[in-house]
Design a protein around this ligand. Structure first.
Ligand code: COA
Ligand code: AMP
Length: 626
């Protein structure tokens, strides 16, 4: 069947399309229908009963594939690798789940997971899924304060963490960060399970912390607990426009059905294939395509603890692909740019037999045509850009390799996937003509696997995503379609920036800068960066009569962002200005500032209060460049 037939088939009968996709999942009780018109934006397979861990692990063992490798851990930082079969994974997850249950974790309880790229992170996620507990994984590059904000929102009964993470040349001391976060948070967990790594053994807090190994002794393994189709599988926090992150909720059944469909139809992966997403479990890519997707499909997934360059060199990706027989590889464009910078000719690629690699997928930020071209030329396989978000959990637009490879247009993530009716709208919500830039929106309902609401914040869900264009989900991205319906994603319409494939809130950074005693007012924008796509840049207006030098204030605010948001914010630059450009109603003109910083043409905003301020900003920027 062609992509066009498939998409048309979905459009004509979405109910039948998704019920057929649902037949690939093992149900304890099959759903009576696919779509349920309930909740703020609809729900999927709500009256079915199902367990995620059963579908990701146990069913493959029952099908006789217990000896197949489920997870390969490859760590160029510790120079080690190990493999876990599906049978071993089932036993390990069942005993962890049993131990959690013995400590009182039940269906619906929240468990925060704060772990680096080790298989135990996936085991912790799967153990929660086995019990129907709702996990919330927090990325290791966030500081204690960000973890505390998530603890207060998710209110977990338990935290599962590792003693440390490993960045090139640096041990990330997770345990002190965890202790500080628990001190800062008003909500306190009942207990913490600490996985002690050999690189650092953490001091346990008596009465609260238990060791991962010790607490499993003498407990019974747990069976899978069937849950309702609309039971939350997990909460994943992502950046919005303010310092308060949004808790994206994922319902169990839609997640299973959509990921299973995407593995076969988008990534062309089935049981026994090796799939590698070089991301982190703390991001949505890690949830969908390091943990759940490949395992639901019965494939082998790779947990990679390393970087594209420097661990030890720009050949690491190719070494992993060769060593483990990767068929389909998924990474961020920034990672390919990092490799290209170190090895422009791709000489290291030639050192490895990559004949098993069939395709490269890119996502997380716009894939620039140069990067796609470089990868295509050097690897000799199709390079597929695809576009999605934490909120959707799987691709909105892609080139569906498992159905047919459509002609690639560089700079476009190709066409919408079944389930997504994507429209480009003007400010008033009317569709615009092909080639015209507008806000990208998706006609409701969203497909299975996408967010039904925000945790503890249904009102915010409605105002953030549904209110602006009634009947549509607002993606927050701007772009256009061409005459053939190919999508082009050009920019965000809000204050979210994308740094090295990581989604960050400039609003959150501004909240930190404003707290500095010398800062009267500030703005943070994302400026173009050849490696990371964007990097944050701060503008500070200082209070009068403060004795501290500008350099000192800048050093201090850089340190504050690192301490309070985390190193991942990559906030390294700020400049002091007299005034910020504003509209007459006082709104800071961040988008215009970003255009000036990137040397792009800009239109003088009609509502600007004082046009001269833009010249001052341009002056400060050229000073900074020098
Ligand atoms: N735990 C702790 N710290 C972390 C971390 C983690 N899991 N991940 C990143 N950091 C730190 C880094 O050590 C760095 O700290 P530093 O300021 O002390 O150097 C900082 O956060 C910024 O990290 P990053 O933006 O990743 O920059 P980098 O210079 O270390 O690496 C790239 C640049 C391009 C190699 C890297 O960003 C990369 O591989 N990006 C791909 C991203 C990706 O896969 N995204 C997922 C979406 S698909
Ligand atoms: P995240 O929620 O962290 O996955 O970030 C999602 C955002 O990243 C999207 O809303 C886009 O702004 C951007 N993004 C992700 N993939 C792409 C892509 N293929 N092309 C353009 N932008 C992308």
């Amino acid at each position: 069947m062609s992509y066009r037939d498939l998409y048309q088939g979905w459009k004509e009968n979405p109910e039948q399309f998704w019920m057929e996709a649902a037949a690939q999942i093992d149900w304890d009780q099959p759903p009576s229908r696919a779509f349920f018109d309930q909740g703020p934006a609809g729900e999927w397979f709500a009256d079915g009963r199902v367990n995620t861990c059963w579908n990701a692990v146990d069913r493959h063992v029952e099908a006789g594939r217990g000896d197949q490798i489920a997870i390969i851990h490859d760590s160029p930082i510790t120079l080690s690798h190990r493999s876990i079969t599906y049978a071993e994974l089932r036993n390990r997850v069942a005993s962890l789940a049993g131990a959690l249950r013995a400590r009182g974790i039940e269906k619906g309880d929240r468990v925060v997971i704060y772990m680096p790229m080790i298989p135990e992170a996936l085991e912790a996620m799967l153990a929660c899924a086995r019990l129907g507990a709702i996990h919330s994984v927090v990325f290791g590059g966030f500081a204690a304060n960000e973890l505390a904000v998530r603890l207060d929102d998710a209110r977990p009964k338990a935290i599962i963490a590792a003693s440390c993470g490993l960045e090139p040349g640096r041990v990330v001391h997770y345990k002190p960060l965890l202790d500080k976060a628990i001190d800062l948070a008003s909500h306190k967990p009942d207990f913490c399970v600490i996985f002690q790594r050999e690189q650092e053994v953490a001091q346990l807090t008596e009465g609260r912390d238990v060791s991962w190994h010790g607490f499993q002794y003498g407990t019974e393994p747990a069976d899978c607990v069937p849950v309702e189709g609309n039971h939350p599988a997990y909460i994943l926090y992502t950046s919005g426009t303010t310092g308060q992150p949004k808790g994206v909720v994922r319902h169990t059944a839609g997640h299973l059905v959509a990921l299973n469909w995407s593995m076969r139809n988008i990534y062309d992966i089935g049981a026994g294939d090796v799939f590698w997403a070089a991301s982190d479990v703390g991001w949505v890519v890690g949830h969908s395509y390091i943990c759940y997707g490949p395992l639901i499909a019965g494939a082998t997934t790779i947990v990679f603890e390393g970087k594209p360059v420097g661990t030890p060199d720009a050949g690491t990706f190719w070494r992993v692909i060769r060593d483990h027989g990767v068929k389909s590889f998924f990474t961020a464009p920034t990672a390919i740019r990092a490799v290209k910078r170190e090895d422009p000719e791709g000489k290291l690629i030639g050192q490895y037999d990559l004949s098993g690699l069939k395709i490269l997928f890119l996502a997380g930020e716009r894939a620039d045509p140069d990067t796609i071209q470089w990868a295509e030329d050097r690897l000799g396989v199709p390079v597929i850009d695809h576009w999605w978000q934490t909120e959707t959990g799987w691709a909105i637009a892609a080139n569906p390799a498992g159905i047919e490879l459509l002609p690639v247009k560089k700079g476009s993530p190709t066409l919408p996937m079944p389930g997504y009716d994507v429209q480009v709208l003007d400010e008033a919500g009317h569709p615009v003509a092909p080639g015209t830039l507008g806000a990208i929106a998706i006609r409701l309902p969203l497909p299975p696997g996408t967010l039904p609401t925000l945790w503890n914040a249904e009102g915010r869900f409605v105002t953030s995503y549904l209110a602006h264009f009634p009947g549509f989900y607002e993606t927050g991205d701007a772009g256009y379609v061409d005459e053939e319906g190919y999508l082009y994603i050009m920019a965000r319409t809000d204050d979210v920036i994308n740094v090295a494939g990581h989604r960050l809130s400039t609003g959150a950074m501004e909240e930190v800068l404003s707290a500095h005693p010398a800062v009267a007012e500030c703005a943070v924008i994302g400026i173009a960066d050849t490696l990371k796509g964007q990097t944050p840049l701060g503008f500070l207006c200082l209070k009068k009569g403060i004795g501290t030098s500008h350099e000192q204030v800048i050093r201090e605010v850089v340190g504050m962002v690192r301490d309070q948001i985390g190193p991942v914010a990559a906030f390294k630059n700020a400049c002091v200005v007299e005034r910020l450009p504003k509209t007459r109603s006082g709104k800071i003109l961040r988008a215009t500032m970003a255009r000036i910083a990137d040397g792009e043409e800009y239109k003088m905003p009609a509502t600007i209060d004082d046009p001269a301020v833009l010249d001052e900003i341009a002056g400060a920027l050229s000073e900074l460049k020098r």
